[in-house]
Every structure is written in C-alpha cells, then in structure tokens.
Design a protein around this ligand. Structure first.
Ligand SMILES: [Mg+2]
Length: 210
C-alpha cells in the first residue's frame, strides 16, 4: 500500500542543486510568482515601505521592522539562471500592493558565491539586488494570471509551451497549465531545487511528446 511511515514523511526528496548550464534544451522563459514562492510572506500583508536591508540578519524589513526573507534555495537558483543567456526570468504576481513588491525587489540582497559570483556580480560583490535577476518582464498587479501570461507572451515572443512557471497557489497552476505552460506547484517550503528539477523534467517530457 502507499502508506508512509512517519520516518519517510520527515524525509522529503533531497533538494540538490542542478547544473543548469548543462541542461539542453532549456525553457525560453522561467516565470516566478513572488509571495510564498520566492519569499516567505504576503507582501500586501506586510507593514509596507520603507523597506530596508538588515545586513546582520540577511533579511529585508518592512516599515515596522518585520522580516521578509527569500526561501533558502532561491539565491543559488537565481544565480544559476542568471548565467543562462538563453532564458528570460520573469515575475508574475497578483499582489494587491504592486508598488510595494516593486519597491522591495531592489532592497533584497541576494548572496552570490563561488565561480558564479564573478559572472553575476561584475564588481566582485558578495550580494546582488534581487531586482537584477529579473528581466524587465514583470507582471505585478491584481488580475487573473491569464492576463499576466498574455503580457509575458507578448513581450517575449515565446510560445506558452516554451515557458516554465512556479507558483504556490493551485488555482494559478490549474489556470496557466491550460495554456500549455509547464507549471510546478510550490509547497510550503517555497521554491527549491527539487521544484526546479521537477519542472525541467516535466517541461522536457512535454516538449518531447509534442
Ligand atoms: Mg504566491
């Protein structure tokens, strides 16, 4: 039977980094939701700007000092994506406070390390603003994600089947999957390498079948 022991429930599949440079073919557009996909907060439930960066704790803070953190695998995933010149990294968020989301993007400092740092941070910096990992394709306003994706399609010229999308709300996944976009449902641990692997595998399988 499919019943799991408690021990297995405590041991999710490992979330090991992937060498994204080695993967071919690769989606032309990777789209991330923001709240509870990249960071562990609903930005419209925060106390809003001014947002500041707390270097000591490695977190952004809202007007009352409440933290807003990226999920642990996000820096390495974005750094790896930044080295692929053949893919566009886009944002799609239905937040009711778009100005707040846009305001915090340059405030959050993403740690970059190793060989990647030299390529992503030209000046040798150890941190790069989150803002810099996204292309100008940023659809951030409350609406249906269908409108976001129509705008992303128009701006990138990519087919929906060449896109990969990550979101923590199943309604969004179901809606956008209907367009032919490969969609990955993000669990409560946020965006992970495991989700990236699942997405790339699913995308490659769908591409091979079409
Ligand atoms: Mg979300």
């Amino acid at each position: 039977m499919g019943r799991r022991t408690p021990r297995q429930q405590r041991s999710p599949p490992p979330s090991l980094p992937l060498d994204l440079q080695a993967i071919t073919p690769f989606p032309k557009v990777i789209v991330f939701d923001l709240d509870y996909t990249l960071w562990a907060r609903h930005i419209d439930c925060s106390y809003g700007p001014p947002f500041t960066w707390d270097k000591a704790y490695g977190t952004a803070r809202d007007a009352r000092g409440e933290p807003l953190r990226l999920f642990p695998d996000v820096p390495a995933i974005l750094t790896a994506l930044a080295q692929r010149t053949d893919t566009v990294v886009a944002a799609a968020s239905r937040t009711t406070t778009p100005a707040w989301a846009r305001a915090i993007l340059p405030v959050i400092q993403v740690p970059v390390a190793g060989d990647a740092a030299a390529r992503v941070a030209a000046d040798g910096a150890s941190h790069v603003p989150l803002d810099r990992f996204f292309s100008p394709v940023r659809e951030i306003y409350p609406t249906s994600k269908l409108r976001h994706f129509a705008a992303i399609q128009a701006q990138t010229g990519a087919d929906y089947r060449d896109m990969l999308f990550f979101d923590d709300e199943f309604d969004n996944i179901r809606t956008i999957r209907g367009l032919g976009v490969t969609c990955v449902y993000i669990e409560e641990d946020g965006m992970t390498w495991r989700a990236m692997r699942e997405g790339l595998d699913e995308w490659a399988a769908a591409r091979a079948a079409s």
